[in-house]
Design a protein around this ligand. Structure first.
Ligand code: F6R
Length: 396
């Protein structure tokens, strides 16, 4: 297995996803009725989702449990625990886990946590900063660059990965290494992404009071029983939401912990459904985004606003949502809401993540698009690697 296996793209010269001019005429014809799929047609779903991204969503609770076990094997020194800040170096599907953990913990996290999605290190990173380099493949250029900078400065460093150059660097430097086993796409490793960061911070004593992983996993399982693939559309609100979004651009609103979840929805809609999507944090969205649904006029009905709601949201935020609903309704902007559920903040974050993950795969199926490969993302990595002369697989 090499890093390309994670992205569903093997041969740089074939450049899958490129347009064959011979296909163009075909693409412009309207779809035939008998080609339309329903989300309840098991054979059609299997044909469109051959690598079972739907099944990957259901793997979240197992990954959380496994993450707890992996974290138990790691030894931290005082340098890792006596810190006044945390920096997580990560990109894409490997970065959002830390955002979700910090968002769920809120003020229960004793120190500020910054997720750095760029090359190098963010300003202010110093000897009392715990640096966590997280990359599913262990081969992401930006993450490797920050990791090298942190190693060069001998900062307190820990690594989360399945392998690659990051695992090799961690072993070589004798660093705490949370290594997990999972093939497939990085974004489908979200249970590890959340669970490992959560348990690492917990073992470092950086929470005043951590939510346990077990009940959060149980809440996700209970939700999946109600909105999973085997529940027919008529009784399945996640499938119904995918139908509502179908043919429109989704804009996801969220407040506090739900803002981080809205970000996850956006990236899953991008990568699974291969669709444009946006997310808007509340209450900031009230100061700009609310105005942006008018033009271009012919697209005004082409939006679908999803509000991610949390029973613990402050009253003033609930009131804002009430007024936003009113205004969107008066302008006939399509919108709906999804309520977080579960016994803790972490559980509410993870159930809403699982909900969005499923909606994004259902939407991919409606678009008759295989949710798993991220061809453009892989092509981009290949072309950059070729241009800079480095091999993203680490093979050379
Ligand atoms: C692909 C995905 C991407 C990757 C990102 C970084 O499924 O989620 O957003 O996470 O390109 O790669 P890794 O996670 O290997 O560091």
């Amino acid at each position: 297995m090499d890093a390309r296996d994670y992205f569903g793209y093997k041969n740089p010269d074939e450049e899958p996803g490129g347009q064959d001019p011979a296909d163009e005429a075909d693409d412009s014809r309207p779809p035939l009725f008998e080609e339309a799929v329903t989300l309840d047609d098991v054979a059609a779903v299997r044909r469109i989702d051959p690598d079972d991204m739907l099944g990957r969503v259901a793997d979240l609770p197992r990954q959380l449990a496994e993450a707890g076990k992996v974290a138990e094997t790691v030894t931290l020194t005082e340098r890792h625990t006596d810190v006044d800040g945390v920096v997580v170096l990560a990109m894409g599907g490997s970065a959002i886990g830390a955002d979700l953990v910090a968002a769920a913990a809120g003020e229960r996290l004793r120190v500020p946590l910054v997720v750095h999605r760029d090359y190098g290190l963010p300003p202010g990173t110093g000897a009392r900063t715990l640096v966590i380099a997280a990359s599913h493949s262990g081969e992401t250029a930006e993450t490797l660059s920050g990791f090298a900078a942190a190693r060069g400065r001998d900062l307190p460093l820990a690594v989360i990965t399945t392998g690659g150059r990051l695992a090799a660097g961690a072993s070589e430097g004798g660093l705490p290494l949370l290594r997990y086993k999972l093939g497939g796409q990085p974004r489908a490793a979200i249970g590890f992404g959340v669970g490992l960061v959560h348990e690492l911070l917990s073992r470092a004593g950086l929470f005043t009071d951590a939510d346990p992983l077990g009940p959060a996993a149980a809440a996700v399982e209970a939700l999946l029983e109600r909105i999973g693939p085997s529940v027919e559309t008529a009784a399945n609100p996640a499938k119904q939401l995918a139908w509502s979004i179908f043919g429109r651009i989704p804009v996801i609103y969220g407040h506090g912990p739900m803002a981080a979840v809205a970000h996850r929805w956006k990236t899953q809609l991008n990568e699974n459904a291969k669709a444009w999507a946006a997310f808007e944090p509340m209450p900031e969205a009230n100061h700009n985004a609310i105005e942006g649904s008018l033009n271009p006029r012919e697209l005004a009905h082409g939006l679908y606003v999803v509000q991610l709601r949390d029973r613990e949201e402050p009253d003033e935020i609930a009131e804002r949502y009430r007024v936003v609903d009113e205004l969107l309704g008066e302008r006939a902007t399509n919108h709906g809401e999804v309520w977080a559920e579960g016994p803790s903040a972490l559980a509410r974050v993870l159930t809403t993540v699982a909900y969005g993950d499923l909606v994004s795969v259902y939407l991919a199926i409606l678009y008759q698009t295989d949710p798993t490969p991220v061809t453009l993302l892989a092509m981009l990595k290949e072309r950059l690697a070729r241009a800079t002369g480095s091999d993203p697989t680490g093979a050379t």
